[in-house]
Every structure is written in structure tokens, then in C-alpha cells.
Design a binder for this molecule. Sequence first.
Ligand SMILES: [Zn+2]
Length: 251
Amino acid sequence: MFDIIKDWREQRILDNSKFTHEDWARAAECIMILDRLTEDELSRLFDLATLFLDDKSIVGAQGFEITDAVRQSIALQACLPILNLSLEWYSGWSSIIIYQGSYKSESTTVDEFGIVHEGRQHRSGEAWQRGPVILSWEDAKHSSERDGHNVVIHEFVHKLDMMNGRANGFPPMQPDMDPARWTEIMSRDFEDFQNHRKSGLDRYGATNPAEFFAVLSEVFFETPQKLVDAYPDIYDIMVKFFKQSPLQPKA
Ligand SMILES: [Zn+2]
């Protein structure tokens, strides 16, 4: 019964969307990592992005104007990790705040509140537990290139990680996953990464297990072969977690 009401409500949001399939398709063409998706997957991503925009408010900071292009780009990139999961993975918070460029944070006691942040003085993004995602548009826009970096995916993966408490690199597992295996593989490879540089993997991932998970998720979606080359077991457990195989050619 509740599923029927939910479906009806979602269908109404989709029917009333100001963006057509063609609008979404044009926006998707600007984001290189989406070119591996089939038509069916793209359609599902567009629907998910539409529901995402209905659920979240996107506001500009310091006068930054939120255009349709900004909204669509953020929504498409944010929804890619949950394409085969559900929007419920982003429940419990409502705002995305966007600055024109990298910004200075005034917060000085971040860790006390479970806030995860990027950068030192100038930040490109952060994700607050039960609070907003904050992004720099210049960095988020740059994520459209396939270079192994994607600040939108990075911050939203922190949100997935926070679904069971503070970000620690251990998100809720899928029902068919073994939590002990996730911990074993992640711990072993995090320790290895702290001691060894790996081609295509940002050293920021060596900061702590939460950043390791977020940085490697960027690589998983952007340049998956680099992750397979460096840490094949992590690629395998991420396939199970995200229910996607970015290396597989289109069906
Ligand atoms: Zn981070």
C-alpha cells in the first residue's frame, strides 16, 4: 500500500518536472563518465536526478547563482553512485550549498561534530553528518572530465558512509555482502596505501579510512582500471556495494 502511494507521488514529481528527457540528455553529455551507461540506465538516472532535485534544496553561497545547468550537473553526478541503490541512501538531510570557487571554512572544531572536510585552508567540498553537502562549483564542474577526480561523488560517498554513523569508511553493507570481508580488505589496503604511492590514486586517501573510501570511489567511477590495477579486491567489493561495474562495456 505504501509503495503504491510512494510510486504515485514519485510519478507525479516526474510528470511535473521542468526538465525533459532531452534536457537531461544534453546535461549528461557534458559529464564524460556517464558515457558508459546504456539508454535504460541513463533514463533511470534522469528519473533519479529529477526526484533528487525535488527532495533537496540547492542554494548558492556568497551570491553564486544556481542555474538549471548547475542543478542538473550536481544531480546527475550525485545520483550516479546510487543509480542501482535508491534515493533513500540520501535521506535525513536536505541542503546542498554551492560556492563559486574554493572557499575558506570558518569552522575550527570540525571533527567534534563529525564533519568531514576537504582541503586545508581552501576547501572544494565537505559533507556534514545529518547536515548539508557543500561544494565549490569550479571543482564540481571540473568533475565532468574523466581524470580520476570527482568532488561531487567524493562528498556524496561520505553521505553514504554516514548512513550508519560518523564517516569511517564502513557504510551499511548490502544484504549479500560480508561486513567482515569489507573490513579486512579495506584495512589491509588502507595500510598498504599509507606506505605506497599508487598511480592515479590521490594521496589524500591516506588521510583516514573515510577519505580512503571516498577517494577510491572517485577512481571506481572515473578511472576504474586504475583501481583494478592498484586494489582489485576493493574494486570487487565496490561492485557489490554500488551494484555497478564501471569497467563492463555497455550491454
Ligand atoms: Zn572527504
